[in-house]
Design a protein around this ligand. Structure first.
Ligand code: F6R
Length: 610
């Protein structure tokens, strides 16, 4: 969602701020803006506009952005008010002394707005954000930091903010509650941003601001304190990945690049967590005794991560015999869940900043459960709030549609199931060894499926005209069907429904005719024959079938218009492989339809508001 960058240093701020915004484009946005303090006049100057960052660049070419040493910039994903230039950030107070960029939602903005209007503030936008600069201005008596601090304690909701004051052209203030914000520590220059990629080519030294903290940045100092004023000694992390990780490196889209990175992601995960056929999660923070003591497991997540959680349920119940429930985090947090200290709660999130997942994790902790994060982002809110963490090691994921992060989450779910299975008596060592041996083959299997790229692209071209897709799978590949449908609808906007194949006759069969395409996930498994029966029912109604099947299954051809093969693997591991053809199919269909694959309309990479 909204992206923030901020700069204070000795260089011209404008180009740095625009460059930073470009690196945050993946978060999803519909307008953008930049504000600086003019070095020669000391005035606040703002340029903002609807649409893509290139529109902002064009505006700056026409209207010039003065040379400055300090500024803030923003990509807005509209919540309160239409995406237009008035509602874009930054927002200022009536006297244009304070300038604010904000990510999050101010829930009490109507009350504050009324109060400030009575005091004479004139509002120009429909946004909740605009109350912030007016509120700061109303509290300002010469001390910039103090005015911001007094203002933020009156805000309800979630926010990450960057604030400028024309009276203090050497100081940038930032604060956060519930929305992500990082500080980049440079040499005689410092930065704020919503995420690391924004500043990765400037510095790798990062401070993750915590909830309830406020930071004062000048070009040569970063000072952090609690909202109460108590000083905080910040921990500076050094980011390991290079700037190349956030570039396309010759691929047409980030999504395609990330699909191709999946073999190395799998290799990294296996190398990190499999030691001589034993699974070891070094940051789990649970002793073997504690791990044995859990009587049930809850998994909470959103979207694609939720689908990885569903795979986890099948794997853990089957291999370890521990009952597992999986909830969408947005449902879990309001359903009065029954939890206790015998429940291990696993929160899966690529970003670690998803508002619902964070809230669900807090709810679970409050009810006595231990929360373990399965997360891709070091230092994210989820990681910091959880008892332990299993990192997914997928590297930065820039494409809005999650691919490599999902595969990494699924791989981690299998490793977790294997770890838990050791004490369960449900598997014998030979079974575990066989699964581990097949897991080790997964990166090579990925390379084989990737090599069928042209065939999958051709299938995509031949089928991109269908106005509706149904994705069917059973058992552990039911989540694969859900994920395949989600990928397709996200990036191609084609209505796509994921369903458990056994449920087809209870409703979705009504959709099937010669105008629908049905993707059937039918690898080798205990329920393969049942899947074939479903395919026959689809054929009988003239539905066009694209099947994903196991290499060597020639028989499936007679039931399908197209077959995409995956290498043979252990039945339980098939979701790790079957998802790849579906990611590629969605990608090539979206390309064929001319869609904006990396930044699909209306979507945000990290959903930081509820
Ligand atoms: C879909 C997608 C989303 C995310 C969901 C959760 O491609 O990316 O459905 O999976 O918004 O995000 P995280 O994993 O960051 O919590």
């Amino acid at each position: 969602m909204c992206g923030i960058t901020g700069y204070v240093g000795h260089k011209n701020a404008g180009p740095i701020l625009i460059e930073g915004l470009k690196r945050l484009e993946y978060r999803g946005y519909d307008s953008s803006g930049v504000g600086v303090i003019d070095l020669s006049t000391g005035h606040i100057i703002v340029r903002k506009t609807k649409g893509k960052i290139r529109n902002l660049e064009e505006l700056i070419q026409q209207q010039n952005l003065p040379v400055s040493r300090i500024g803030i910039s923003h990509t807005r994903w509209a919540t309160h008010g239409a995406p237009n230039h008035v509602n874009s950030h930054p927002h200022a107070d009536s006297a244009k002394k304070f300038l604010v960029v904000h990510n999050g939602i101010i829930e009490n903005y109507e009350v504050l707005r009324e109060e400030l209007q009575h005091q004479g503030s004139v509002f120009v936008s429909e946004t909740d954000t605009e109350v912030i600069p007016h509120l700061i201005a109303s509290l300002y008596q010469g001390d910039f930091l103090d005015a911001v601090r007094q203002a933020i304690v009156r805000l309800q909701g979630s926010f990450a903010i960057g604030v400028l004051c024309a009276d203090h052209p050497d100081t940038l203030i930032a604060a956060r509650v519930g929305s992500p914000l990082i500080i980049g520590v440079g040499k005689e220059e410092n930065f704020i941003a919503s995420d690391v990629p924004a500043i990765l080519d400037r510095t790798k030294r990062i401070i993750y601001l915590n909830d309830g903290e406020i930071a004062r940045l000048t070009c040569d100092n970063v000072e952090i304190m609690k909202f109460s004023g108590a000083a905080v000694r910040p921990k500076i992390h050094t980011v390991k990945f290079s700037v190349d990780a956030v570039k396309k490196q010759g691929f047409a889209h980030f999504m395609l690049k990330e699909i191709h990175e999946q073999p190395e992601v799998l290799e990294r995960i296996l190398k990190s967590y499999l030691k001589q056929e034993e699974v070891n999660f070094p940051e789990l923070n649970l002793s073997p005794g504690q791990l044995k003591g859990f009587e049930r497991i809850g998994i909470i997540a959103c979207g694609t991560a939720y689908h990885a959680g569903l795979v986890g349920k099948y794997a853990i119940e089957q291999l370890a015999g521990i009952p597992v429930f999986v909830d969408a985090a947005s449902e879990f947090r309001y359903r009065d869940p029954i939890l206790d200290e015998k429940t291990l709660l696993i929160a899966i999130s690529q970003s670690g900043e998803t508002a619902d997942t964070l809230a669900a994790g807090r709810e679970a902790q409050a009810r006595g459960a231990k929360v373990i994060a399965v997360c891709n982002v070091v230092g994210s809110s989820l990681v910091r709030e959880s008892h332990g963490v299993i990192y997914t090691h997928a590297g930065p994921e820039i494409g809005v549609a999650s691919t490599k992060a999902y595969v990494a989450q699924v791989a981690v779910m299998f490793l977790l199931a294997l770890k838990l299975s050791r004490n369960s008596g449900r598997t014998v060592p030979a079974q575990r060894e066989s699964i581990i041996a097949q897991l080790r083959q997964a990166p090579a299997a990925y390379k084989k499926i990737l090599a069928a790229k042209n065939q999958i692209a051709q299938i995509a071209r031949k089928n991109s005209h269908f106005g509706c897709f149904l994705f069917l799978g059973r058992h552990i590949n039911y989540p694969t069907a859900l994920e395949g449908a989600l990928k397709l609808k996200e990036i191609s906007y084609i209505p796509a429904e994921g369903y458990a194949a056994g449920e087809m006759k209870h409703g979705p069969i009504a959709l099937i005719d010669e105008y629908r395409a049905v993707v059937c996930v039918a690898p080798q498994s205990e329920i393969y024959e049942k899947m074939i029966s479903n395919m026959q029912e689809i054929r009988a109604r003239k539905g066009k079938i694209i099947a994903v099947a196991t290499q060597g299954d020639a028989a499936i051809k007679k039931h399908s218009s197209h077959v995409i093969y995956i290498p043979a693997t252990h039945n339980i591991l098939t979701p790790l492989l079957t998802v790849l053809p579906l990611q590629m199919l969605a990608y090539f269909i979206a390309v064929q339809l001319g869609c904006d694959v990396d930044q699909p309309r209306n979507l945000a990479k990290s959903v930081t508001v509820e």
